[in-house]
Design a protein around this ligand. Structure first.
Ligand code: AMP
Ligand code: GLY
Length: 418
């Protein structure tokens, strides 16, 4: 079978890497891919959101399975387009992807169907939003309704900060149209966990848990980023929490979607806050998380292509998915300056060494330039290692990371440290 993967980050490298292990797969294409992906797949120069371009390519090549990585192509309906043209595609359709594309929509669904989440209100008027702040107290969470590459969430420590966040989103349009509507939310305290689940419209099978490190600097200091590292399993996601999440969040979401007439197929990501009252749902993402995927897929024993086909065919019920007992730790190597200004084009050294067997290096933002691999993004690489214990995995990942060099490389030293 020929497979097309849409996207070009660390998540897509992990997807391509895992899909390449399936005996069913003969050729993999990736659009647009990156410098690391090009070692496993044929990279094609079509943007992830060029849905017509992707469709023509898939038809031309006789692609048997297309896998959508990022949210942007989902939210413009790439899955609907492929399905209308009789192509097999893994991911939710445009309507189902609204679970991620609109926070107001997803919060309303949670509230209506009794899924535990933070108390909230939605606003299209800045004065009304500011007026409502007092009823939430501080800290308070201000979210742009639409897609903002993970940056549209502000945790305001005081009223002044909250007011300026509302002004920036609604009047200065810092996140464009994504901020014409805002959600104001009660601040929850607890420990976070990410649960990704395979969903075929009727059945949801959760994957092993993970935890993402969102802040740029050690000890959770610095700015929010796309994610600076991840660990699987998540430290605080115990058996009791998993049961509560399955019953009160995952199963209820499936029932809610069915009640609303939405058929969700693909991966549904649950961003959880484990509070004293049990797990609460912060958000949905309509796709594999990044960098969670880079620690979850290395633990997957089963054939990913089999699972994806079961999802597309609505045959997930009874499908067994096997996982390795080893723990996984992934460390992101980023460009100096990220998540603010940074430079691209630095040569990366130390990618091929003997130690490579102990750790996988997924490329997030790299480009092939003649015989070299150069930096081409804020997050450049994700180094993932497996170990009997989280500590062993952590040490292996950091040992491997230390062998890799490029100008101004920056990474957190405390990923997966308890
Ligand atoms: P989101 O994109 O909704 O997941 O928000 C990004 C991050 O903001 C989350 O991973 C949390 O760390 C934080 N966050 C979002 N909502 C809340 C909340 N209600 N209380 C506390 N932290 C939150
Ligand atoms: N790691 C969070 C996300 O993928 O949105």
């Amino acid at each position: 079978m020929k497979v097309l993967v849409i996207g070009g980050g660390g998540r897509e490298h992990a997807l391509v890497w895992k899909i390449a292990q399936s005996p069913k797969v003969e050729t993999i294409y990736c659009a647009p891919g990156n410098g690391g992906i090009s070692g496993l797949a044929q990279c094609v120069d079509i943007a992830a959101t060029d849905t017509q371009g992707l469709l023509s390519f898939a038809k031309d090549k006789g692609i048997g399975l297309t896998v959508v990585g990022p949210e942007a192509p989902l939210s413009v309906g790439v899955v609907d387009l492929f399905m209308e043209n009789g192509l097999r595609v893994f991911g939710p359709n445009k309507l189902a992807a609204t679970l991620e594309g609109s926070k107001a929509f997803s919060k309303e669904l949670m509230q209506k169907h009794g899924i535990p989440t933070a108390r909230y209100e939605t606003f299209t008027d800045a004065d009304a939003a500011i007026h409502a702040l007092d009823s939430f107290g501080c800290p308070v969470v201000i979210k742009a309704d639409g897609l903002a590459a993970g940056k549209g969430v502000i945790i305001a420590q005081d009223r002044e900060e909250a007011v300026s966040a509302i002004h920036e989103m609604m009047q200065d349009k810092k996140f464009g149209d994504a901020g014409s509507r805002v959600v104001i939310e009660e601040f929850l305290t607890g420990k976070e966990a990410s649960i990704l689940a395979f969903v075929d419209g009727k059945t949801a099978i959760p994957m092993v848990s993970a935890q993402d490190y969102k802040r740029a600097l050690d000890k959770d200091m610095g700015l929010n980023t796309g994610g600076m590292g991840a660990v699987s399993p998540a430290f605080y996601y115990d058996e009791k929490t998993a049961k509560a999440a399955k019953r009160n969040i995952i199963e209820k979401t499936l029932a809610a979607l069915n009640a609303e007439g939405i058929t969700y197929k693909g991966v549904l990501y649950f961003g959880l806050m484990i509070t004293e009252e049990g797990p609460k749902l912060l958000e949905y993402n309509a796709r594999f998380g990044d960098p969670e995927t880079e620690v979850v897929l290395p633990r997957l024993k089963s054939d990913l292509v089999d699972i994806m086909e079961a999802v597309i065919d609505g045959k997930l019920a009874g499908h067994t998915i096997e996982w390795r007992a080893e723990k996984a730790v992934g460390v992101v190597l980023a460009s100096g300056g990220y998540p603010e200004e940074y430079k691209n084009g630095y040569v990366i050294e130390g990618l091929d060494t003997d130690a490579a067997e102990d750790a996988v290096v997924f490329h997030a933002g790299t480009r092939k330039q003649e015989d070299a691999i150069v930096t081409a993004g804020g997050r450049v690489l994700v180094v993932t290692a497996l170990g009997e214990t989280t500590e062993e995995a952590r040490q292996k990942a950091y040992t491997r990371a230390a062998e890799i060099r490029f100008k101004d490389v920056q990474y957190r030293k405390d990923i997966a440290q308890r």
